[in-house]
Design a protein around this ligand. Structure first.
Ligand SMILES: Cc1cc2nc3c(=O)[nH]c(=O)nc-3n(C[C@H](O)[C@H](O)[C@H](O)COP(=O)(O)OP(=O)(O)OC[C@H]3O[C@@H](n4cnc5c(N)ncnc54)[C@H](O)[C@@H]3O)c2cc1C
Length: 352
């Protein structure tokens, strides 16, 4: 199939309009990697190249981390690709996977390298990618990926949707629903290199199994919807021992990465977990507390403050209103949902 035909199935982030009055991110640089001087089609946004499924690590009954690898013949070429790949981790990015029988494409967000990993590859002649994928039933692509045997092949292309993460970002609040945690992890990884940055992740899971062992959750003593939404009677608790979700372990690894580089690191990366089946939900008061408007002209508040919303459509719609399709491309649309009713002032909202 013509690659451009498949491309139309995904939004082109380069054309997304910034809203809320502030074009705060200097650059979308979809083409910033164009200086790559390799003939290889690995990491070419326009062409698919083949990766092999190396391992599948279950996270919950419906989700798993898939490790993909592509061997690169020739050390020089592999080194070039590796350097190229390292630049991605200063951005938010995704790849598109093709389902060969149905000729459909879907986007997935690579997880950042693990703390003890040596970047995104641990062989000098290969590139490694890890994806956190939930299987939907019916779900054409996600069930195809989950059915793939070890050593099976996947065609993917990218990077897509790059968003530069630079030192101008002072504070991030990230509302993540389900697998929407993957871009939050990319952001945490990229932002950790800036000593003045702070980030709070609020991760909403449908079931505890996805975020088993995650501390800093809340339990509601009251079953009333009013209390749940206002959060007025929720009490922070530490979730007791038991096997930890691999994603929780990776989030804790990211916290360590932040802590290593800074004196005051204790609270620079905060993570809270919310679980539908336990009746705990992210509430607007929590968000307002984290996304406090700063005093006007305060010298300490010159950096960008960004509130990201990432997850299934329903989650994004509830918090920030729907993204819109215009001229064949997905765009941010106006700010709606709960966040439109809060006085966020100098915060910019970004839907992923
Ligand atoms: C930029 C970007 C990055 C993404 N990154 C990831 C990622 O890292 N991991 C990941 O698992 N997914 C990710 N997604 C979602 C992914 O692209 C697919 O949409 C998802 O895997 C479902 O595709 P499918 O073909 O299996 O389902 P489809 O065949 O398209 O849909 C089947 C059914 O599942 C429902 N469904 C589809 N997606 C969802 C959802 N998210 N929540 C609830 N119901 C749903 C549909 O409404 C439909 O009823 C990302 C999407 C985008 C746009």
């Amino acid at each position: 199939m013509n690659p451009s035909k498949l491309r139309s199935l995904r939004p082109t982030i380069g054309a997304i309009a910034c809203f809320g009055g502030a074009a705060f991110f200097g650059t979308w640089y979809r083409r910033s990697f164009a200086d790559r001087s390799t003939a290889s089609r690995t990491f070419d946004p326009d062409y698919f190249s083949q990766f092999t499924l190396e391992s599948k690590q279950p996270v919950s009954s419906t989700s798993a981390i898939f490790t993909l690898r592509q061997h690169i013949p020739g050390k020089d070429e592999a080194d070039k690709l590796q350097a190229f790949n390292e630049r991605f981790w200063r951005t938010l990015w995704s790849v598109q996977i093709k389902q060969p029988q149905l000729q459909i494409g879907r986007d997935y967000t690579p997880l950042p390298p693990l703390l003890d990993d040596d970047g995104s590859t641990n062989h000098s002649n290969s590139i490694k990618l890890r994806l956190y994928v939930r299987a939907y039933n019916p779900g054409e692509m996600s069930s195809y990926i989950h059915r793939l045997p070890i050593a099976g092949k996947l065609d993917l292309r990218g990077p897509h949707n790059e968003l530069a993460v630079d030192g101008d970002i002072e504070e991030v609040v990230f509302l993540a629903g389900g697998t929407g945690i993957a871009p939050a992890m990319q952001m945490a990884y990229a932002l950790s290199q800036y000593p003045n940055a702070r980030m709070s992740i609020l991760w909403a899971c449908r079931q505890r199994e996805d975020c088993a062992g995650g501390e800093g959750s809340v339990v509601p003593p009251s079953k009333s919807w009013k209390d749940r939404l206002s959060g007025s009677k929720q009490i922070p608790v530490a979730i007791s021992a038991g096997p930890k979700s691999p994603i929780v372990e990776e989030l804790e690894g990211l916290q360590k990465r932040w802590n290593d580089g800074s004196d005051s690191a204790g609270g620079r990366l905060r993570i809270q977990y919310f679980v539908d089946e336990e009746g705990t939900f992210i509430n607007y008061k929590e968000v307002m507390t984290l996304a406090k408007p700063s005093a006007p002209a305060s010298p300490s508040s010159r950096g960008k403050k960004v509130l990201f919303v990432s997850g299934p459509d329903g989650f994004i719609n509830y918090w920030a209103g729907p993204k819109v399709w215009r001229d064949g491309q997905e765009q941010q649309g106006r700010l709606g949902g709960v966040l439109a009713r809060l006085n966020l002032r100098d915060w910019t909202v970004w839907k992923l």
